[in-house]
Design a protein around this ligand. Structure first.
Ligand code: ADP
Ligand code: MG
Length: 306
């Protein structure tokens, strides 16, 4: 059936991004979900066709590392994407923590994201195109899942797909300056973005943070040595190697998912015991690191946000 706007009760805004807003909504059945509303580009028919394409991929509910999509529809002004409601994203967690994120959490994140990207590629031939901390979500159970695949590239501006997207910051060198003999970048562009995201979360600082303009940043991505994990923060050798592997500037030498799945860092965390729910609770009740964590990193009494 086709869902209608009237069948949704808006429970408030969750977030907003470059291409629209995300709301918490209750559907007529009582089910509470996250609904992403994006301004339409192109005509209604064109949008419908793209959504139908995406639907096939998004309704594949057999990958536990991908945020479930319940359905999509086009209204007069918007495109609605109804999906599984998660607790928060890693971009917001980073801002809350305002410092380094534990390696074992990032190990679990890496396993989930690599599996999700590998699944999309193998099962649907899809490249994500927008891997970044705000598209990596976590729920109360501690499940880490990837969302927003393919959408940014297809719905936002079907004319100028790859060039447009506001998010240049995580873009691989070959997307900024395409190789004329290989104008279509491949999945390894997503591997680069994963590496950049890991550096950002592990250190708490975006690797190209001190750039004044987009142009300066793109120039740095192209011309400077790739980002890496610093030596003075006790990251394991395996983690450092994994990140450097992902951030290989020349995509021809960058790993593919099979290589990543066999990497010692992924293997180590595939079955590691990490209490993500407990960590999440701790982060979410904390106002700011400086204000409300004691020296052991535990929330202090009387300084806790509700
Ligand atoms: P962007 O990813 O570019 O920041 P989005 O519009 O995709 O912008 O998402 C905005 C925010 O909404 C995200 O940062 C995330 O915290 C939140 N969000 C998106 N999807 C969900 C979801 N399924 N469940 C919970 N929160 C979500
Ligand atoms: Mg997003």
């Amino acid at each position: 059936y086709e869902a209608k706007v009237e069948q949704f009760e808006n429970l408030g805004q969750i977030g907003s991004g470059t291409c629209g807003q995300v709301y918490k909504m209750r559907y007529i059945t009582g089910h509470v979900m996250a609904v992403k509303q994006m301004h339409r580009s192109g005509n209604r028919e064109e949008n419908k066709r793209i959504l139908m394409d995406l639907d096939i991929v998004q309704k594949s509910h057999d990958c536990p590392n991908i945020v479930k999509c319940y359905g999509t529809f086009v209204t007069e002004v918007n495109v609605w994407i109804c999906m599984e409601l998660m607790e928060t994203c890693f971009d917001k967690l980073k801002k809350k923590i305002n410092g380094p994120m534990p390696e074992n959490i990032l190990g679990k994140l890496t396993v989930s994201v690599v599996k999700a990207l590998h699944y999309l590629k193998e099962k649907h031939g899809v490249i994500h195109r927008d891997v970044k901390p705000s598209n990596i979500l976590v729920n109360k159970l501690g499940d880490v899942k990837l969302c927003d695949f393919g959408i940014s590239g297809r719905l936002v501006d079907s004319q100028a797909k790859t060039r447009a997207a506001g998010c240049t910051a995580y873009m691989a060198p070959e997307r900024i300056s395409p190789d004329p003999s290989h104008p279509n970048y491949d999945i390894r562009a997503d591997v680069w973005s994963l590496g950049i995201s890991l550096v950002e979360l592990a250190t708490g600082v975006f690797p190209y943070h001190n750039c004044k303009t987009d142009f300066e940043m793109l120039t740095k991505i192209l011309e400077e040595a790739p980002p890496e994990l610093p030596n003075d923060q006790n990251f394991s050798i395996g983690f450092k190697r994994f990140v450097s592997f992902c951030c290989t500037k020349d995509y021809r030498y960058r790993p593919k998912y099979r290589d990543l799945l066999e990497h010692e860092f992924v293997r180590r965390h595939e079955h590691s015991m990490v209490d993500i729910p407990a960590w999440l609770r701790k982060v979410l009740i904390t106002q700011t690191k400086a204000a409300s964590l004691d020296r052991c990193g535990n929330p202090m009494q009387g300084n806790i946000a509700s």
